[in-house]
Design a protein around this ligand. Structure first.
Ligand code: ZN
Length: 652
């Protein structure tokens, strides 16, 4: 079966990459095997728990029955929210990634059964929106759109749902070689392409996502009309003559869904964070394919704005509960919204920015968001979730949609479904290749295979990252080959927590990064944030990178008024927090002397194995991603500085 799958994979990747695409290609999950203690546990939990659990919740909550009812396979009516179809698609996408990595006949059959129901729910001309098919136009409200497409630019989410279907269908095709799901997607995309276009209907989709899906359909089929449609939807934004928004919205000029200006004129991240960042990702995809420099310039400007003014130390984005939206510049309250989906979207976007540029700063942002904003969203058990992610908690505040801890599901369950598709795709982010350059972006014990000038190259990475900073990369090769091995030197290891000046580290006795090639010390000259080792590599060649795992104290930019005089603690790529479970006297507003020294101790039986930070006075901290797994109590990431001397420094 593995052979069959490989054949299927090879045959269907033929069309996936035109010459004009991202110059860097991520190493696929077929090329990468994670062998570490940190991520493999999460991947296994995704396979054993999260994906089947989320499918079960979709059955329990009528999300799947909606397809059956729409398809005439079941008596009943529509139940739930109009965009619940998208949750099913997202979980199917995650299931397809699982299938691609390891064939599972039961999962394959489950997906085929689901695809049968989705096909039944699709109307003859390709339209798919179960609520309308079941209830009919006469029962539709303004939010759903009284007629097809009538509320696309506001709330109907008809196109949003379809974007997720396209992503899932492409993932399923790539995993199985079967066209049953892909044909449903193409039939729908053909319908939408017949309705929308320069001389047809015009709408800027209210919730972006279809743009990303259409690009994937283009890569899979080579049909340019899908790419053109993605670009069309992006270019529809900011055309004021067709806007007609409810005046009660605080973003009545369309900024809520990034429709206030043409995308090429946007320079600040505003409005609903997930919509915004899906849009920036879609712009990156289209620009990678057609070289649209105006798109590239715009997403660079917006990226500078996000990382320089709207980015939490945890890598979360989207500060406000109202509208699930970005705040003003430097408006970063600790009672943050920080939707888990927005953190996932930030990983998607920054990965694309890297694939376009080869610059490590994007992976720095990706890494911070991955460990400290995506991962907190899901429990170790894999079946409870955060939707918002706060940086401070009193133990009682029901910030998580009515709960003070992770919840098993939500009425709008975008975040669990997004995690169900994100975690199985994790191997995508570790390595990449551009011609004869191999990028090692994220560190974890793993193996990866590449082909350079028809030679197979295997890389083995040995490390206990994120707990230890020693990374040994061993090359395995039949005959010597010339290539460039690029190892990312994280910003945090060079005294720079973020690319801009939003946060900085208090000065410490900095231990430099060290590098050894075949056990000999080597110089570290970075290009675009990577140490680039070009040589004729031979069997057994070994590179060792030693990243200093000091405990670092972070101070905020003075313009973040909420954090004036506060300090946060990091070690390696991880942001730390303090919980009452370790500090019985509580942790909120308890000043810390920034001169505090911490002992880093690996505790294998605590919170699935973590490095705990312990101060001499008994104060102790855990990685932020692991909070809310024990007795509820206070939690804090930022602490008032006890030392006025240090307070002065933070004002600099
Ligand atoms: Zn969400």
């Amino acid at each position: 079966m593995l052979l069959l799958l490989l054949v299927a994979f090879t045959s269907c990747t033929k069309n996936q990459r035109s010459e004009n695409d991202y110059p860097i290609l991520p190493a696929s999950p077929q090329q990468v095997e994670l062998r570490d203690q940190f991520w493999t546990k999460r991947m296994a939990t995704s396979r054993k728990v999260t994906v089947p659990y989320c499918f079960a919740k979709c059955e329990e909550t009528h999300r799947i029955a909606n397809f059956e009812v729409a398809g005439g396979l079941l008596e009943g009516t529509f139940e739930g929210i109009r965009y619940n179809d998208s949750d099913v698609f997202k979980i199917m996408e995650g299931a397809a990634y699982l299938l691609q990595q390891e064939y599972d006949p039961e999962l394959d059959k489950y997906l085929d059964d689901l695809i049968f129901k989705i096909a039944a729910a699709q109307e003859d001309d390709g339209y798919l929106y179960t609520i309308r098919t079941i209830k009919g136009d006469s029962a539709m409200t303004m939010r759903e759109g009284k007629q097809r497409w009538s509320e696309v630019r506001n709330h109907s989410h008809e196109l949003y749902n379809m974007g997720h279907m396209y992503e899932a269908a492409v993932a399923h095709f790539n995993a199985t070689g079967k066209r049953n799901f892909l044909e449903i997607a193409l039939k729908n995309a053909d319908l939408i392409a017949s309705v929308y276009g320069p001389d047809k209907r015009h709408d800027a989709p209210g919730h972006q996502e279809i743009e990303i899906g259409l690009v994937k359909l283009y890569r899979t089929t080579g049909k340019k009309k899908y790419l053109d449609l993605a670009r069309f939807f992006l270019d529809e934004r900011g055309k004021s003559d067709i806007r007609n928004y409810a005046s009660s919205s605080p973003w009545e000029n369309g900024a809520y869904w990034q429709d206030h200006k043409p995308v090429t004129e946007q320079d600040e991240a505003v409005g609903h964070a997930v919509r915004a960042v899906y849009m920036y990702s879609g712009m990156a995809d289209v620009a990678a394919l057609d070289g649209n420099q105006q798109y590239i310039d715009a997403i660079h400007r917006i990226w500078e704005n996000v990382t320089g003014k709207k980015y939490y130390i945890t890598g979360g984005i989207g500060a406000l509960y109202e509208g699930e939206a970005f705040g003003e510049n430097y408006q970063l309250p600790n009672r943050a919204y920080n939707e888990t989906c927005a953190a996932i979207a930030n990983v998607f976007w920054n990965h694309r920015m890297f694939l376009m540029s080869g610059e490590s700063k994007y992976i720095d942002v990706l890494e911070r968001s991955l460990y400290n904003a995506v991962l907190p969203g899901i429990s170790f058990e894999g079946n409870t979730f955060f939707y918002p992610n706060v940086l401070e908690h009193d133990g009682n505040d029901p910030f998580n949609q009515g709960a003070a801890n992770r919840k098993p599901w939500f009425d709008c369950s975008c975040c669990p479904a997004n995690l169900a598709r994100f975690i199985p795709a994790l191997p995508n982010y570790f390595y990449a290749q551009a011609g004869d350059e191999i990028f090692v972006n994220l560190y974890a014990a793993s193996t990866a295979s590449f082909n350079i000038r028809k030679r197979d190259i295997h890389i083995e990475q040995h490390t206990k990252y994120p707990w230890e900073g020693n990374i040994r990369v061993v090359v395995s090769i039949d005959n010597p080959v010339d290539f460039t091995l690029k190892l990312r030197i994280p910003g945090w290891a060079q005294n720079k927590p973020v690319p801009g000046d939003l946060y900085s580290y208090l000065p410490e006795n900095e231990i430099p990064v060290r590098l050894f090639i075949n056990h000999e010390p080597a110089d570290i000259d970075t290009v675009k944030g990577y140490v680039a080792l070009t040589r004729t590599w031979k069997q057994g060649d070994e590179v060792e990178l030693v990243l200093p795992m000091a405990v670092r104290k972070v101070v905020p930019n003075i313009q973040i008024t909420e954090l004036t005089g506060k300090v946060a603690i990091e070690r390696g790529p991880l942001v730390y927090c303090a919980e009452q479970a370790d500090n019985p006297a509580g942790v909120l507003n308890k000043p810390r002397d920034t001169g505090t020294t911490f002992q880093a101790v690996f505790e294998p039986n605590l919170l699935q194995g973590i490095v705990k930070l312990k101060a001499a006075d008994g104060f102790s901290m855990i990685p932020y991603y692991s909070w809310s797994h024990r007795t509820p109590g206070e939690m804090a990431v930022w602490f008032p500085e006890a030392s006025s001397k240090m307070a002065e420094k933070s004002q600099l």
